[in-house]
Design a protein. Sequence first.
Length: 300
Amino acid sequence: MIPSRYSPVREGPGGKLTVELAGDHPGVTDPDYRARRDELAALAASWKPGDPVPAPQYSDEEHSVWAEVSAALEQLHERHACDAYLQGKSELGLPRERVPQLTEVSELLQPHSGFRYLPVAGLAPLRDFYASFGKSVFWSTQYLRHPSVPLYTPEPDIIHEVIGHANQLAAPGYAALYRMVGEAVERTHDEHALRFLSHVFWYTMEFGVVYERDGGTKRLKAYGAGILSSVGETEFVGSGEGVEVRPVDFLAMGNGVYDITHFQPVLYAWSSHAEMEDRFAGFLESFDDSTPGSLLRAAS
C-alpha cells in the first residue's frame, strides 16, 4: 500500500487497482480523471523487469498540461535555477510540447549520466526508491496532475519526476550524488537512519538551494527538483518572502518536519557548489546506521 498522503494505490477484488484520492484532490470528483489514474497505475503495476517499459498513449489534454507547465517554468528557471541544473536541462533537451515516454527519457539521460527511468504505480517504498539510485535507476509515475489546475499538484506526477529530477540527473555531479545516496541506503538497516537520510535528501535534492554569482552579486539559486518542477514553489523561493534560509545542518535536516501540501518555509543553502560537492559527498560516503547518533552527540 502506498502511504495515504500520496494517493494510495489499493488492490481490490480480481486484482483491480484503485488510486485513492484525498477529499481535497483537484480530481477527486472527476470520474474520467480517476479512471485514467487507475488505468496508468495498472499499466505500471503490470510491468516486469525485462519487459518493455509501458508507453501510455497520452491524450491531447495531457500533452497540453505538460506544455503549459513547461512554458511557465522556462523563464522561472532562467531567473532562479542554478547553473548546473540549467546545463543539465540544456543538454537533456526534453520535449516541451508533449509528454515524453519514460523510455525516451532514459535514452536522453544515459549518455549523460547512465540513469534510466522505470515505471511505478504510486509512491515507491522508501528503501526501494532510494536504493535504486545506486543502480542508476529512477522509479517514476506516469500520470499527470488534474487539468483544472495545471500549475499545481498535491503529489509527485510525471512533470515532477522528469522536469524536476531528470534535468538534475543530466548533470554528472548531481547524478554522482544520487548514486551515493543509493550506496548509503545499502549500508543502512535501521529504519530511523533511513528516514533521517530521506529527510536530508528532501532538503537537498528535492528542496536544495545554493548561492551563486549572478553578475556581481551572490544570489540564492535553486537546484532542488521539488522547487524547479513547481511554478508556485519556484516563484515563492525566488521572491524570498516567507522563506527562512538557513546554513546546511545535517542534524537539523535529518530531524526536520515538513508538510508537502504547502510551500516549504525553511530551506538549507550551500554557500557554493564547491561546498556542496565537498560536504554533501563526504556526508553520504560515510553515512550508515550510526550517523544520526554521531551527529547528535557531536552537537551536544
